[in-house]
Write a protein that binds this ligand. Structure first.
Ligand SMILES: NC(=O)c1ccc[n+]([C@@H]2O[C@H](COP(=O)([O-])OP(=O)(O)OC[C@H]3O[C@@H](n4cnc5c(N)ncnc54)[C@H](O)[C@@H]3O)[C@@H](O)[C@H]2O)c1
Length: 383
């Protein structure tokens, strides 16, 4: 009989929907060592929870997330709540002996992230995961494999940017604009993803942030429940920084929520001694590859459609060639890898755990310190 993994989800909005979809689809598309069961969903709004649970197939629902910790049937807890509660929720579940899959960034603050990392280390029977879902786009996973096959050679230069446009002056004071809830703004939200991608693809660590600029352009925003009143935005709207990697490569990182025309432009370029790779999430099925061995006469960017079963990661689970996949498939691919790890199998590409996501959080912290103090910050100074 196939083993099962009873999942509980905390949070039922944007990520709650993306994760519910992933847990409900993954067993239909992937052959897995353990099958997920949609056990319980928890969130604050009792009025919406029942309908949500019914729509997505969760068997139980509760407004008291702590109930999940004492429910012996639950094996894995999926934390899809705002950043300031990740630590409380993850710690309670690890103490109760549950596996935890937490949304990114790992936490609102470095202190909380460190506590989570340490708790995960102590909870030896529990596995931890962080939803850096872009690792699981087939084009990114293909780039990861090409780099491991030495097709790019020594990496010289990483250029990463994550530009969005939804955070203009008309956007109200959502939790994402409150430092005590979110930790930071575009930085923790978007730079977290591209720092993770840069670390994942290169297999290298950032050792110094040379300089950083953080800017809040829109200082006050309308209150969501009383638009005639305004409240203070306490986070950045954009953060840009420069960094060095341990092996000597350099990197630039940009995150903003106020770039018109760039709706979800998560891009990363890796330039090395043998070639270059380029990815743009708005064309997510494609990986651009320039192989310097092709020479100047015939050389050019190859547009690789990463949808070919047997050739591209995750493609076997989905559709025939160029029958493209979308945003939600990254989460389903991640759910597959989480279940593989829980079932003692290898993931398609590595899944970040709390210790891994803590390293990304240190880079976030270093660039905030660099911006605040207008100086370079060595990662060895950020513990
Ligand atoms: N991986 C990604 O690409 C991605 C994308 C968006 C958001 N996120 C992350 O996912 C997390 C959630 O973001 P979202 O966009 O889904 O937010 P959201 O505002 O859409 O939903 C938050 C949910 O958490 C619940 N909640 C809030 N406080 C709670 C508490 N104290 N106890 C229990 N439930 C609580 C709310 O009721 C709601 O259901 C954040 O950490 C965010 O950074 C990740």
């Amino acid at each position: 009989m196939t083993k099962t993994c009873d999942v509980a989800l905390i949070g039922q909005k944007f990520m709650g929907r993306a994760h519910s979809n992933a847990w409900s689809q993954v067993g239909r598309f992937f052959d897995l060592p353990v099958q997920p069961m949609l056990h319980t969903v928890a969130a604050r709004d009792a009025g919406e929870l029942l309908a949500f649970a019914k729509r997505w197939g969760w068997t139980h629902w509760t407004t008291r997330w702590r109930d999940i910790a004492v429910d012996e049937e639950v094996d894995l807890v999926d934390v899809a709540t705002p950043n300031h509660v990740h630590a409380d929720q993850a710690l309670a579940m690890l103490e109760a002996g549950k596996h935890v899959a937490c949304e990114k960034p790992l936490a609102g603050t470095l202190d909380e992230a460190r506590t989570m990392k340490n708790a995960a280390r102590k909870a030896k029977r529990c596995k931890t995961f962080v939803w850096f879902n872009y690792r699981r786009c087939p084009a990114i996973a293909t780039a990861y494999k090409l780099i491991r096959e030495n097709r790019i050679g020594r990496i010289y230069h990483v250029r990463a940017k994550y530009l969005q446009s939804w955070g203009g002056a008309d956007t109200p004071l959502l939790w994402r604009f409150k430092k005590n809830v979110a930790g930071s703004g575009a930085h923790g939200d978007l730079n977290a993803h591209i720092i993770d991608l840069a670390r994942f693809l290169t297999g290298d660590e950032i050792v110094e942030v040379h300089g950083s600029v953080a800017r809040t352009f829109i200082k006050e925003r309308a209150l969501p429940d009383n638009p005639r009143k305004k409240g203070k935005s306490t986070v950045d709207d954009a953060v840009l920084f420069l960094a060095s990697f341990k092996n000597g490569a350099v990197g630039s990182f940009e995150a903003t929520r106020v770039a018109h025309g760039h709706l979800n432009r998560n891009t990363i370029e890796i330039n090395g001694e043998k070639g270059s790779l380029s990815f743009d999430f708005e064309d997510m099925n494609v990986l651009q590859f320039f192989d310097a061995a092709d020479g100047m006469r015939e050389g050019g960017w190859r547009r690789i459609m990463c949808t070919s079963g047997g050739n591209h990661p995750y493609a076997d689970a989905w559709w025939p060639d160029a029958h493209v996949i979308g945003y939600e498939h990254g989460f389903t691919n991640m759910a597959a890898d989480v279940l593989r790890v829980i079932g003692g199998k290898k993931p398609e590409v590595p899944v970040p755990d709390f210790a891994d996501a803590y390293e990304t959080q240190r880079v976030l912290e270093a660039s905030l310190l660099a911006a605040k103090n207008r100086c370079a910050v060595k990662l060895s100074e950020v513990k």
